[in-house]
Write a protein that binds this ligand. Structure first.
Ligand code: ATP
Ligand code: MG
Length: 549
């Protein structure tokens, strides 16, 4: 036993400190956690924080962690959500020891409820939900005791069994814990622990017409699974006395310990399942997996690497006080990962034709292109270069400001991995917009073998007209407008302009390589995405913080 204390790892947050203390004092032998989503929607980044915490503790203490589906509310829960939750957890690479459901324990929870009745700790109340809530009192005023509070144990047991047998209509009776109507904590004022509800449950069907309330079911399920640390977010802090009351009255030993931590909030993101569901139902987004959604399925289809997300969760840490993390911090974590890992490729969002007048007609050569300059062992691949190219329209200016290093009339620029070109002339359309740039190239300036002696400050990307492919390129803004709107209703903060579509061009390599992320040179990180049967190139994250307010 004492060898255990010697092996305690260093605590990196207050929860690990508590765990260390409980192990040292001998109260806890096995560290067992659970991740407890309600299968009423898809997981979001906030859940990733909870997942990283629960599975992180499991790994650190060589313990266990269950996926516990908290399915006590049959009107909102679905198999579809449970399956999505499992898929998301697998994507993050976490392995749970068991999958459990509150509904797996319904028989046991019912037995514990009878025990509470037999100990005189619970009573059947005939007040309606409205009456109960009207008599609950306020923060400054005690509540009123129910007139049914004095029922005998025998009568309570008989009525509770009749509730279970389906003798009473929904909402006509409930089972309440008998605690203290004058407790300063409203959750302790004879809370409802079972209700009558005729609703088909996605797992137990019509077997039950009474369902336990979360506050009663949760400590029991934790205990029955052998959970030692029940980690949840701060809004459950006021429920902890009730959590403990259940454990104490039912004599749980060892009793699981609930510890609360701060929720993750990120600027410009909605993190409530309820609201995310609204966005999906109203069609503001293309579904739960829309790349703009902060859901794990959305982030996955966006191309955010699971490793980058876990890295982010690790870096923000676990605290006891709520706060808001800047979205730019999440983006920086994604960018850092992709910078090290994503292949580079050529593509242009707004193709502008560039013709090299002194380059031989019909000639094609191959130039060497760095796959990722950050790799220790340099790898290159060939890309084709010829007389007719496209550059990005934003890399040419008719009225360049001072220190403009991209292409301008009579200016020089290097075409990435290829030659230096000089702009000799510009062909304009009727509106005065450039439609074609006429250049000459410096033959001796080929990248890797440049003997021209010409120094240029600008390097721009391009694609070869003959081999490039047309593709729709999508860039995204945030779903929510900036912090200045914080506190306002989500619907007023919606950014109607969160999708930008470009008819771009890419080198063919990008289309024939499967599902990998690319850095389009000087543009951002992208991946292919199927949008209703159409392949588009979809932004993962911009290269720089380019959010326009
Ligand atoms: P929502 O309020 O969005 O519906 P929820 O809390 O109801 O979320 P659950 O499915 O009950 O979602 O959550 C499962 C677990 O994930 C809980 O332990 C919950 O505390 C935790 N969790 C939910 N949202 C966050 C968040 N933003 N940050 C950290 N943990 C979270
Ligand atoms: Mg919840």
């Amino acid at each position: 036993m004492f060898t255990m204390i010697k092996e305690l790892p260093e605590a990196n947050n207050f929860i690990e400190q508590i765990i260390n203390d409980e192990i040292s004092s001998g109260k806890v032998q096995e560290v067992y956690t659970r991740f407890p989503p309600e299968p009423n929607g898809y997981l979001h980044i906030g859940h990733a924080k909870s997942l990283c915490l629960n599975f992180g503790v499991k790994e650190k203490y060589n313990g266990k962690c269950n996926l516990f589906l908290d399915d006590t509310n049959p009107s909102k829960e679905k198999e579809e959500y449970e399956e999505a939750i499992k898929k998301d957890i697998a994507w993050l690479g976490f392995e749970y020891d068991k999958i459990t459901h509150a509904s797996d324990f319904y028989d046991k929870i019912y037995e514990f409820a009878e025990q509470e009745i037999m100990m005189g700790n619970a009573f059947v109340c005939d007040m309606t939900p409205e009456e109960i809530s009207a008599n609950r009192g306020t923060l400054t005023e005690a509540g009123k005791e129910s007139p049914y509070r004095g029922r005998s144990i025998e009568e309570n047991l008989k009525l509770f069994r009749e509730m279970k047998a389906g003798l009473y209509p929904d909402g006509s009776k409930c089972l309440r814990a008998k605690i203290d109507m004058s407790s300063p904590n409203i959750n302790m004022r004879d809370p409802v622990i079972y209700r009558i509800l005729r609703e088909k449950h996605y797992r137990t069907g019509d077997k039950w017409c009474i369902y336990p309330m979360y506050d009663f079911a949760h400590p029991i399920c934790d205990y029955l699974q052998g959970v030692s640390f029940s980690l949840c977010t701060l809004e459950f802090e006021d429920h902890r006395p009730l959590y403990d009351w259940v454990g104490i009255t039912l004599g749980f030993n060892p009793k699981p310990r609930q510890i609360e931590f701060a929720r993750l909030n990120i600027t410009n993101l909605v993190m409530s399942k309820r609201y995310l569901k609204k966005l999906v139902e109203e069609g503001s987004v293309d579904g739960w997996d829309d790349p703009r959604m902060p859901t794990l399925t959305g982030l996955r289809s966006r191309g955010v690497p699971a490793e980058a997300l876990k890295d982010f969760c690790g870096r923000i840490g676990i605290a006891k006080a709520n706060s808001e993390v800047q979205i730019s911090y999440l983006e920086a974590c994604i960018r850092e990962y992709l910078n090290a890992n994503a292949e580079r490729a050529m593509g242009v969002l707004k193709p502008l034709k560039l013709t090299i007048t002194n380059y031989p007609d019909g000639k094609t050569e191959e130039v060497d292109f760095d796959i990722n300059p950050n790799e220790e062992i340099k790898r290159t691949r060939k890309i084709t270069f010829s007389k007719h190219l496209y550059i990005d329209a934003d890399d040419f200016s008719l009225n360049p400001p001072p220190k403009y290093f991209r292409l301008k009339k009579d200016g020089y620029v290097r075409l990435k991995s290829a030659y230096i070109v000089k702009c000799d002339d510009v062909i304009l359309d009727d509106n005065g917009e450039p439609v074609e740039i006429l250049c000459s190239y410096i033959k001796e300036s080929k990248s890797g073998n440049d003997t021209s002696g010409i120094k240029v400050k600008g390097v721009i990307q391009w694609v070869d007209e003959a081999t490039s492919a047309d593709i729709e390129i999508r860039k995204y803004g945030y779903l929510l407008k900036d912090e200045e709107y914080a506190g306002q209703d989500f619907s007023e903060r919606m950014n109607a302009d969160s999708l930008k579509i470009f008819n771009g061009k890419v080198e063919p390599y990008v289309l024939n390589n499967g599902d990998i992320p690319y850095q389009l040179m000087r543009t951002g990180y992208f991946k292919l995405l199927d949008v209703k049967g159409k392949t588009v190139l979809s932004e993962i994250v911009s290269l720089k913080d380019n959010f326009n307010k």
